[in-house]
Design a protein around this ligand. Structure first.
Ligand code: G3H
Length: 309
């Protein structure tokens, strides 16, 4: 849609009310036993299995891709009676340099490759380089592009500038899905988080995403509450469903359940699907697999028995 500040310029977010509501979320639904296993399998299907490290290598990315295709050990799936589920993660998320390796390894699996782009994580490079990076990543086979917004545009109230930047990213992505990373931990206020969510949605973001995983504060339930309410209101206004991706620091099955409860409560069942919800996470899958094994055997195995790559 066009840039419409009337949708967000009167927004004010009451931080203590948000924090109070967020604190009740983990206790809002008690998900136990078989239901818990089912929710955890759903969580796996929504993971963007991620490696974004300076020491990434083609071998590490290939191993991660194999984990993405078979995220849970066969004996655990068999024990749970879900061997026929063909469970995979939602996507594999890598730096540009590893797109081709990931695309080759995942060929035939139906799992898309997501690439972080636009000078991830800080985004402090010229716009033309950002657009060139997106175009190169799409050309290399990425079906999803995770862009970072310019935090300075938010912090200086340049909402039109942010809209134009996001529109340019949207166009450069072509048919690839675009996820807008707000870097919420660097936006100073929850009101800014809400406004930035609106601007990115107006400019055509398919998903809004909390964080790069590299800020000092990454995904939290309060940020998620603010962003999912913005998604809900945008859907009411336009009929368009924007996806949500919390990312950074989500590493336990318990965290994953709290986020799924939040999505169920705030956005409803339609959003509990990889088309509209993803976790950006590098280590979450290992803890979920441990939890599923515990569900079967009553014992926790060592984390090293569930390597990511
Ligand atoms: O987008 C994904 C994040 O970079 C992953 O963060 P994490 O390593 O804290 O799970």
């Amino acid at each position: 849609m066009g840039f419409d500040p009337a949708c967000f310029d009167r927004l004010r977010i009451n931080r203590s009310a948000v924090e109070r509501r967020a604190a009740t979320l983990p206790a809002r639904r008690s998900v136990k036993k078989d239901h818990q296993a089912a929710w955890l399998l759903k969580a796996i299907s929504c993971i963007d299995l991620t490696t974004l490290a300076g020491d990434d290598t083609p071998g590490k990315v290939r191993r991660l891709c194999h984990k993405a295709m078979r995220p849970v050990r066969a004996d655990i799936l068999e024990g749970l009676g879900v061997s026929g589920l063909n469970l995979t993660v939602g996507a594999v998320c890598v730096y540009h340099n590893f797109i081709e390796t990931a695309v080759d390894t995942l060929a035939g699996s139906g799992i898309p490759v997501a690439a972080v782009s636009t000078g991830f994580p800080a985004g402090q490079i010229p716009l033309e380089l950002k657009l060139a990076e997106i175009e190169a990543s799409v050309k290399a086979g990425a079906k999803e592009i995770d862009i970072v917004i310019s935090r300075a545009k938010v912090l200086t109230g340049d909402w039109r500038g942010l809209y134009e930047e996001m529109r340019a990213y949207r166009e450069a992505c072509g048919d690839a899905h675009v996820k807008a990373i707000l870097a919420t931990g660097e936006l100073a206020t929850l009101t800014n988080v809400a406004r930035a969510s609106w601007v990115c949605m107006q400019a055509g973001a398919d998903f809004i995403k909390t964080s790069t995983g590299k800020e000092s504060v990454n995904a939290t339930l309060p940020f998620s509450l603010v962003m999912t309410r913005a998604i809900r209101d945008y859907h009411r206004l336009t009929g368009y469903k924007v996806g949500y991706k919390p990312a950074g620091g989500i590493s336990t099955a318990k965290d994953a359940l709290a986020y799924l409860v939040l999505i169920r409560e705030e956005l409803g069942r339609d959003w509990l699907d990889p088309h509209l919800f993803r976790f950006g996470a590098s280590s979450l899958l290992g803890d979920i697999e441990r939890q599923l094994e515990h569900h079967l055997t009553g014992a926790y195995s060592a984390a090293h028995r569930h390597p990511m790559s």
